[in-house]
Each structure stands twice: as structure tokens, then as C-alpha cells.
Design a protein around this ligand. Sequence first.
Ligand SMILES: C[S@@+](CC[C@H](N)C(=O)[O-])C[C@H]1O[C@@H](n2cnc3c(N)ncnc32)[C@H](O)[C@@H]1O
Length: 269
Amino acid sequence: MAEHTRHDAWQAGEAYDAYMGRWSRRIAPLFLDLLDPAPRADWLELGCGTGGLTGAIVDRCDPRHVTALEPSEGFLRTARERISAERATFVAGTAERLATLPAAAFDLAVSGLVLNFVPDRLAALGEMRRVTRPGGAVAFYVWDYPGGGVGFMRAFWTAAAALDKGAGDLTEDRRFPFCTRDGLLDLARAAGLTSPSVAPLEAASVFADFDDYWHPFTLGTGPAPGYCASLPDEARARLRQRLYDTLPREQDGSIRLGLRAWAAVSRAG
Ligand SMILES: C[S@@+](CC[C@H](N)C(=O)[O-])C[C@H]1O[C@@H](n2cnc3c(N)ncnc32)[C@H](O)[C@@H]1O
């Protein structure tokens, strides 16, 4: 495993939701508002995780059906428990290999917070284009890592890098520099998608108190929690203290940090 992907653990659904799923659920509806899909559409979703975006599609978009792919069995289990099988089918698989899906079978192919983790992004987008009907939408969003769009993660890595120089190489802004407006436009064009446009999706993450902020990092699911859980006890305690001392607080003790993702919407031919 490459050094910088060493901590990309995607297994436990509840740990994922405590760390990221609760915030990905804030962003998913904003993406769907931007997409403004017709009802009774056939959807394909790649990298559905614990079903944050899938649930929003089912609740808000009146789909005919959603086919949701995800490589992690643990996440699939959580998604299946949460979302009725009547309107969503959860399938094990990766974004780059949709060979079992026929061409032009879906009205929309989407993914949320996934493409930066996919080793061959062009292959994934090429597959999304292939399985989408001509004129259908191929759309995805990723966090604005280079612009500090995940404030709680940026604060964690800033503190970690101050104590451990090696942590600086693990940060998402270094690993995923393409997650900018121009980077996504270039990617969509390189994948042969038509009329790409990119827009920001913005919300806030509010943590009730310091423990609400810190606890998810100790659960080991996701790159920063994976790093945190790998530290010896003493080093983890130093990191906790540094964050405790440096994080901004509201008057009521809560911690409010910004969220920004970039959403790219294109047409399939
Ligand atoms: C940050 S999570 C996003 C999950 C969910 N879409 C959400 O919005 O909460 C990233 C997801 O990408 C999945 N993933 C990683 N590599 C993938 C690949 N090659 N193809 C499809 N999904 C992948 C992970 O298993 C994980 O569920």
C-alpha cells in the first residue's frame, strides 16, 4: 500500500458516519438541488458508502430506482439496513469496473465525495458516461481540499503536522490537488463529458463541544482517523491537547467550522 493511502480505512459504517457521514448528509441535498433531476429517473451511484447520498435521492428525488455501488462490505451492510430495498439496490463494486452494467441504462450517474479516492478517475468517469443515456447527467462532488473546504480536517492536520513532520505528507490538500473548480472542469473534459459546469456547495459543521469534535478521530475510519488511531497513546494525547488548545470556540463552547465541496455536472454525449 502506498504510504499516503495507508490510513484510508473504509470499513465500519458507524465510525464513518460519526466522522464524515453526518457532514456528507448536509452536502448531499445541496448537490441534488443543483442537479434538479426529473422524477422517476433511473440513477446509478458510485461509492455510496453508508448511503448518505442514496438516502437523499430516495427521499427528495422520487427516483424510479437507484443502483448504488460500494467496495466496502461494512458500509454496504449499513446502507442496506437504513434504506429500503424497494427503491435502491446496493451492489459490491468499484467505480472503474462497471462491466456488468449495460450501456445507456441510466438517466443519471452520480457520486459524492468519492472520485479523489478512485485510483483511475478517467476510467471511472468514462464508465459513468458509457452507462448513462445520451443527454443524461454525469455528476459528482468532492470536498474542496486545496481550499481548506473541510475545516475540521484542516484543523486536525495542521495540529498533527506541527507535532509530526511526516503527517504533512498525508493531508488531503497534498494528495488531491485536482479538487478545485478548474481541476474538475479539466477532468470532466478529459473524460469526454459534454457541457461541464462546476459550482460550490457550502454548509457548516458544528460540533457541540470538544469531545464531539475529537471522538470521531479516535475511531479509525477515514484517512485522518486512521492516522490518529495509529499513533502511540502519548503522541495521540499530545495531538488531542494541541487541538484542545487551538480550536476556535463559540460562546456556548461549540466549534463551528466551514464545509465546501465542488460539484461538477456534465452531460453524457
Ligand atoms: C468519503 S466516502 C463517501 C461515501 C458516501 N458517498 C458519502 O457521501 O457519504 C468515500 C467512499 O468511496 C469508496 N471508494 C473508494 N474507492 C472506490 C472505488 N475505486 N470505487 C468506488 N468507491 C470507492 C469508499 O469505500 C467510501 O465509501
